[in-house]
Design a protein around this ligand. Structure first.
Ligand SMILES: Nc1ncnc2c1ncn2[C@@H]1O[C@H](COP(=O)(O)OP(=O)(O)O)[C@@H](O)[C@H]1O
Ligand SMILES: [Mg+2]
Length: 328
C-alpha cells in the first residue's frame, strides 16, 4: 500500500523581530494507511506547528522554509498554490482538529446550523444535504442526533470535543490530524474521545490519524507508531510498543520515565527528572539540540547534529548513542 503522506526534511520557521523561531526544523515522517501516529513532546517543541505544516496550512508569521510533503494521489503540497490546497485537500483529504477545538463552535449557532454554514460556505453544499450528512455521521459515531439541535453551551466539554471531531470527518478525510484532543478533558471523558478515534479507524471513516499530545500514557492506548519531538526535531520514531519498551534516545527515556502513571515495566526503571528547560528556538544549540540536558552527552553531540539511524523495522533515532550503545 502506498504511503498516505510523506513529510521529508520539512522546515517551517516563524519570523519574529528577533529572528527566526525554528519550530519545525527538518522533520521526516511517513504516515501509512492504518497508522495512528502519536506525536509527543514537551510544550513548545513544535507539535501544533507541525500539525498545521503537515497540511500546508502555513501563513505569516510562519514560513515554509524547505522540504517535501507528498500526499498520495495529489503530489507535493509544498509547491501547490495555497488556494488549490485549500480547495482540494483541506477537509476532504486531510482534516485538522486544532488545539482547543472544543471552543471552535459558535456560541450563538446550534450545532446543526453551524455545520450547514460551514459546509455551505466551503463546499456550496445545500442545507438539506449538509443536514443529512451530519445526521448520518453523528449516528455512525454514536452521538445523539438531538445534539444537532443544541447550542454549544448546552453540551459538556467532552461532547463538544466529540462534535468537533465528527464535524472534521464529515467528508471522510483520508488523514485526520488531532492536536491535543484530550488535554482539556477529565479521564473518563478522555476515554470516550479515544473510543471515538478508534471507531473512526475501525469503521474506515478515516484511513490514518496523527494524534498529538504531551501525554504518552494516552498515546499508548491509541497509537500504532510514536514520534518523539524535541525542539523542532523528531528525535525518535517507531512502532509504539518498541519505542516504549526499548527507547533508544535519552530524551525518549526521560519522557517515558516522567509519565506520572508509569507502566509496570517503566516503573522498574524508576522515575527520573530532566534538569533544565528546552532551548530557545531562536537560537537552538549547535550539534544535537538535546545535548545541554542530556545525561549521556559526548563531545561530538555539542558539535554536529546526529544522523538519523534506522534500527529494525520502521524505527529511527537521531542520536550518536545508537552507535555507542545507549544506557537507558
Ligand atoms: N506566531 C508565532 N510567532 C512566533 N513564534 C511562535 C508562534 N507560534 C508559536 N511559536 C513558537 O514556536 C515554537 C513551537 O510552538 P508550538 O508549535 O505551539 O509547540 P507545541 O504545540 O509543541 O507546544 C514555540 O517556541 C513557540 O513559542
Ligand atoms: Mg500545541
Amino acid at each position: 500500500m502506498n504511503t498516505l503522506l510523506v513529510a521529508k526534511d520539512v522546515k517551517a520557521y516563524y519570523s519574529s523581530p528577533k529572528g527566526f523561531v525554528r519550530a519545525v526544523d527538518g522533520v521526516t515522517l511517513d504516515i501509512n494507511p492504518g497508522d495512528v501516529v502519536g506525536v509527543a513532546g514537551e510544550s513548545g517543541c513544535g507539535k501544533s506547528t507541525l500539525s498545521n505544516v503537515l497540511m500546508m496550512n502555513v501563513q505569516p508569521p510562519l514560513k515554509f522554509v524547505g522540504g517535501k510533503l507528498i500526499l498520495e494521489g495529489v503530489g507535493d503540497l509544498a509547491v501547490m498554490e495555497r488556494q488549490k490546497v485549500k480547495a482540494q485537500v483541506w477537509g476532504k483529504v486531510i482534516a485538522l482538529v486544532p488545539q482547543s477545538a472544543l471552543n471552535a463552535l459558535i456560541p450563538t449557532r446550534k450545532v446543526g446550523a453551524f455545520i450547514k454554514d460551514v459546509l455551505g460556505y466551503h463546499l456550496k453544499l445545500d442545507a438539506r444535504k449538509a443536514s443529512a450528512l451530519a445526521q448520518r455521521r453523528f449516528q455512525e459515531l454514536g452521538l445523539p442526533v438531538e445534539t444537532l439541535a443544541k447550542y454549544p453551551h448546552q453540551l459538556s466539554g467532552g461532547m463538544r470535543q466529540r462534535v468537533v471531531i465528527a464535524i472534521a470527518t464529515l467528508l471522510n478525510p483520508k488523514l485526520l490530524i488531532a492536536d491535543e484532543p484530550t488535554s482539556a478533558l477529565d479521564v473518563s471523558t478522555q476515554k470516550q474521545v479515544l473510543k471515538m478515534f478508534l471507531h473512526l479507524k475501525t469503521e474506515h471513516i478515516v484511513r490514518a490519524i496523527v494524534f498529538i499530545t504531551h501525554d504518552i500514557a494516552i498515546l499508548r492506548q491509541i497509537a500504532t507508531r510514536i514520534a518523539i519531538m524535541y525542539a523542532g526535531k523528531v528525535m525518535e520514531v517507531g512502532p509504539m510498543e518498541a519505542v516504549i519498551q526499548r527507547p533508544v534516545h535519552p530524551y525518549t527515556c526521560s519522557l517515558i520515565r516522567s509519565v506520572l502513571t508509569p507502566e509496570p515495566e517503566v516503573k522498574e526503571r524508576g522515575l527520573s527528572h530532566l534538569a533544565g528547560d528546552p532551548p530557545d528556538l531562536l537560537q537552538p544549540p549547535a550539534g544535537c539540540r538535546f545535548h545541554p540536558r542530556c545525561p549521556q552527552s559526548m563531545a561530538i553531540c555539542t558539535q554536529e547534529a546526529p544522523p538519523v539511524v534506522g534500527l529494525g523495522k520502521d524505527h529511527f533515532v537521531s542520536c550518536y548513542l545508537v552507535l555507542e550503545g545507549c544506557q537507558c
